[in-house]
Ligand binder design. Structure first.
Ligand SMILES: [Zn+2]
Ligand SMILES: [Zn+2]
Length: 344
């Protein structure tokens, strides 16, 4: 079968190759991939700016149907529609796994990073990571369930967003837009995004389509003044940092109200980022660093999407055949696309 392989350490070194169809091992299933989404981390791997273990088939945001069961798999059948968590390699034994957070296990080697992923017709992996995909959710939409689950974990489980909260999302990339959608679904009374000039055309329009009350181009207006004006001089209950940009990370301390919360999802790609530490102390901010997604977040995300309460399909701008992966990567790098789905 054809698969998109990162075959060496270094920039680029990636191509569509003929590889052997994987065979499901004990406890695993073979999944026929129906749709797979290109993630920002795939771009970072392409440019050698993210951890990965080559040679590896990329692709970790996918949906498909079970093609074959490996030995010892119960409760699943060929033909079942599924999505999968990405925490392959999590040990199940360490303190972090045992206390209920296998997605943060240090032994985790995620699909498309440490083990072969889904930029291919077939992917094999553990049945215990599967979630049933409701009929109401098309495969293309299901391919964005992984980043959706990250937002559900980060915003609802970790930062504890409550109905009636005011929310500012910094950075309207895919994670920022999904965060906005989750905040809306959870009953935020006020929710909007900040971004730059390059976000005006596609991403701000999409934010409004997802129900944003405001969009702020930080190159043209002061986001702090605007958010204070929108919140009666108080500041936001919750700031969701989805850009990873140093200025936005520091600005979150000014956007959040006293006793407010900051939910950090965006990766900065830097060794250190300066923050106004004392300001955080004097405002008694709560700052939650977030990583990956819980089992429950997948179930909740799927239920919300199936019920039509979380319109995550709106962030999908392009669907291309796997052979056109390069075009998909370029569309994302030129910010012409938000989410690109590949069909193997
Ligand atoms: Zn991803
Ligand atoms: Zn572990």
């Amino acid at each position: 079968m054809q698969a998109l392989v990162k075959y060496g350490k270094g920039k680029r070194l990636m191509e569509l190759r003929e590889v052997e169809r994987p065979a499901p091992q004990e406890g695993e299933v073979l999944i026929e991939v129906k749709a797979v989404s290109i993630c920002g981390s795939d771009l970072h791997i392409f440019h050698d700016a993210h951890p990965y273990w080559p040679p590896v088939v990329l692709g970790h945001e996918f949906a498909g149907v079970i093609a074959e069961l490996g030995p010892g798999v119960a409760g699943w059948q060929a033909g079942d529609r599924v999505v999968s968590e990405t925490r392959t390699g999590a040990c199940g034994q360490c303190f972090v796994c045992q206390t209920g957070y296998p997605q943060v296990c240090e032994h985790k080697r995620a699909y498309g990073i440490g083990v072969n992923g889904a930029f291919a017709r077939y992917v094999a992996g553990p049945a215990r990571l599967l979630h049933r995909l409701p009929q109401a959710i098309p495969f293309e939409t299901a391919a964005v369930m992984e980043p959706t689950a990250i937002c559900v974990t980060s915003i609802l489980e970790r930062a504890g967003l409550q109905a009636g909260d005011s929310v500012v999302v910094t950075g309207p990339g895919p994670i920022g837009l999904l965060s906005l959608a989750v905040a809306r679904a959870a009953g935020a009374r006020l929710a909007g995004v900040t971004g730059t000039g390059g976000d005006e055309q596609v991403r701000f329009a999409m934010a409004r389509a997802l129900g944003a009350d405001f969009t702020i181009n930080v190159e043209q207006e002061d986001p702090v003044q605007k958010v204070l004006a929108l919140t009666g001089g108080l500041g936001a209950d919750l700031v969701i940092e989805a850009s990873g940009g140093a200025p936005a990370i520091a600005q979150a301390f000014a956007l959040a109200r006293r006793m407010g919360r900051v939910c950090a999802i965006g990766i900065s790609g830097r060794e250190q980022v300066p923050i106004p530490y004392d300001r955080g102390i004097f405002k008694a901010l709560r700052y939650d660093f977030c990583f990956s997604s819980s089992w429950l977040a997948w179930e909740r995300g799927l239920a919300l999407v199936a019920r039509g309460l979380l319109p995550v399909h709106k962030i999908i701008t392009h669907t291309l055949p796997l052979e056109k992966w390069q075009q998909g990567f370029e569309l994302l790098e030129q910010q012409q696309a938000v989410k690109v789905i590949l069909i193997p």
